[in-house]
Design a protein around this ligand. Structure first.
Ligand code: PBG
Length: 326
């Protein structure tokens, strides 16, 4: 038979070397931020049940773990605190109190690992007796009153040595408000990676287990976005851009690859995506059951987030990925 096929896409797939040449998207440890959890005490290394391989560390074991993590080439971590109930109150005052677990940990980490880019979370939920990201009054989340608390938290974190602040609260106007507070205190070099487009998602479940931070009533739908919307994402991103954000984040990642793409096409800032706890848990659970190849699923997942247009990925897989490359 003399049928001719001049264009044969398979030629570019015929060997590992040629596939590597034709590969459009790359993924390196430089693109990753590793979220980690700190808890009070010493010698603590307690695994989060719904996140196999992820631990709540006390400061001593966290510093040990960081040695390993930085030796693997990971250059940025995002630290989250787990506070016991007795430390929580309506105004999240523990979030900016001198000598508190989280701020002391930031100082100790920065001291021991000065090269590491240290990212923090700016939101009230780990410190709030209401389990919400903002101040609650009569069952309502108050926007402008929350900003003052967020700014205090942000300045305290900057003072403790944070390099990148991650406002994850979704209050209106908070990026500009925090930027102004930081600048007024002389922290003009501290960056803001805004959770610009954060959806009210079921995929945060395991994270809330890790922090014991689930809302005590209601849900987060009056501040986090409706999963049905993408045009609204442009409004949120535009505001954060105008207010001085250095990175724009989309969260979660996998169910929102189109949103990542839209932001990347419309903004020249680096786009970040948060490959959240539930996305991690799904792959881990399936892999533990032998239902899929965990390593391959991880690589495919991370690559797809990069392909969609995220430069930066916050992922609980960061250490595993780095180990796989090592
Ligand atoms: C809270 C916060 C959440 C996450 C990061 N910061 C949870 C929430 O909004 O309820 C989720 C991270 C994850 O699921 O991995 N401000």
């Amino acid at each position: 038979m003399s049928y001719s096929i001049p264009r044969r896409p398979r030629r570019n797939r015929q060997s590992a070397a040629i596939r590597a040449l034709a590969q459009e998207t790359t993924l390196s440890v430089n693109d990753l931020i590793y979220p980690m959890f700190i808890v009070e005490g010493s010698g603590v290394r307690s695994e989060v049940k719904s996140m196999p391989g992820i631990y709540r560390h006390s400061l001593d074991t966290l510093l040990e773990e960081l040695k390993e993590v930085t030796d693997l080439g990971i250059k940025c971590i995002d630290l989250f605190p787990n506070y016991s109930e007795d430390k929580k109150d309506k105004y999240a005052t523990e979030s900016y109190r001198e000598g508190t677990l989280y701020l002391d940990a930031l100082k100790a980490i920065k001291d021991k690992f000065p090269e590491l880019a240290l990212m923090t979370d700016v939101a009230m939920d780990p410190y709030s007796s209401d389990g919400h990201d903002g101040l609650v009054e009569n069952g309502k989340i108050l926007n402008d009153e929350t900003l003052d608390i967020l700014a205090k938290m942000a300045v305290a974190q900057a003072r403790a040595g944070a390099d990148i602040l991650g406002p994850s609260d979704m209050m209106d106007g908070r990026v500009g408000f925090i930027r102004e507070a930081l600048d007024a205190e002389g922290f003009t070099d501290v960056s803001i990676m805004s959770y610009s487009v954060k959806y009210a998602s079921a995929f945060y479940g395991p994270f809330r287990d890790a922090l014991d931070s689930a809302p005590r009533f209601g849900d987060k739908k009056t501040y986090q976005m409706n999963p049905a919307n993408v045009r609204e994402a442009l409004i949120e991103a535009e505001l954060d851009y105008q207010e001085g954000a250095d990175f724009l984040m989309v969260k979660p990642a996998l169910a929102y690859l189109d949103v990542i793409k839209t932001l990347n096409q419309n903004f020249d800032l680096p786009i970040a995506a948060y490959n959240v706890s539930g996305e991690y848990a799904m792959i881990k659970a399936a892999a533990q059951n032998g239902w899929l190849d965990g390593d391959r699923a991880m690589l495919e997942t991370l690559m797809s987030i990069r392909r969609a247009g995220a430069k930066v990925i916050l992922t609980y897989f960061a250490k595993e990925f780095a180990l796989l490359q090592a």
